[in-house]
Ligand binder design. Sequence first.
Ligand SMILES: NC(=O)c1ccc[n+]([C@@H]2O[C@H](COP(=O)([O-])OP(=O)(O)OC[C@H]3O[C@@H](n4cnc5c(N)ncnc54)[C@H](OP(=O)(O)O)[C@@H]3O)[C@@H](O)[C@H]2O)c1
Length: 317
Amino acid sequence: MKTRQFGNTDLFITPITFGAWEIGGEPFYKNMPENDSIALITGAYELGVNFFDTAPVYGFGHSERVLGKAIKKFRDKIVISTKCGLCWKENSIAAIYKDASKKSILGEIDESRKRLDTDVIDLYLVHWPDENTPIGQTIETLESIKAQGKIKHYGLSNFTTLQIKEAAAYGSISALQSPYSMMNLKLENSELPYCIENRIGFQAYSPLHRGVLTDKTIEALRESGQPAINWILDSMTVEKTQQVLDIKEVSMSYGVSFASFVTAWTITQPGITTAIIGTTKMQHIKEAVEGTLITINTEDALTIRNIIKEGNEHGQK
Ligand SMILES: NC(=O)c1ccc[n+]([C@@H]2O[C@H](COP(=O)([O-])OP(=O)(O)OC[C@H]3O[C@@H](n4cnc5c(N)ncnc54)[C@H](OP(=O)(O)O)[C@@H]3O)[C@@H](O)[C@H]2O)c1
């Protein structure tokens, strides 16, 4: 798979990233056998994917641990992003809290390196803005662990343009990881143009709107009873549900799965460096890879824009 430069860094990454939240299992998703997760990660690598995204909070350490086991044989061929600043007092969603303080990050980085069984993290992200810690303290801490060689680059996740600008006064921000999909274009107003202008790599998360933009039906997604999926289904108004059906209609003539079509669209939008695809199935990784091989023609791209314009205008920041 052809790689792309990640912002202004020396990292060259694939336009699709393996998202390791789902394999983290409970409490966000259903648990899956560790060997199946390892086979999935290996399979993604064998299909050419070289970017893997995880976080300590995904399965409370489980996702990082499994990823670390799976990549041992090809660690030097891939790029890993993981995160800091979301901690937990016990293994429950209610017990998760934000802490991007110096003390927390200095402990978290070594925990992540240990779980991932790797000396250096390629890309280290602040998972969510922490309103209780001055951003200068967070960024100066990231600069210090970068100087120590524990991370290569760092960035932010779920930060607004204003918050990124504040952070950029203290150090060099290489990445933004935030939500972006046909059902959620909010960042096109401000964050994406800012990233383009400042050569910040952008990792689009939830590009499939957690399964809504695939061949799965909303009813089937609801019945799957997984908390992370239920959260996003709340955003699916009657109008948005109709838009999905209309875009599906456009995708029909391409002879690929809807997920492949959506992936192809996402990775060709301005400012998108990579789309992080979360999955527990090899077939779905294949579909993501297939999405990197097709081109959506100009007329269909315009039709899609016209379909989604209306619904997204209401959600602009
Ligand atoms: N920084 C942050 O705050 C943040 C937040 C959310 C996510 N993320 C990252 O982004 C990644 C992806 O985002 P996401 O998990 O929110 O959403 P997503 O990738 O849009 O959707 C994932 C869901 O789509 C399904 N899916 C994937 N490919 C499919 C296909 N071809 N056909 C049918 N269903 C398919 C998966 O189910 P199957 O298991 O059945 O494939 C999964 O439940 C995560 O793994 C994580 O690494 C980061």
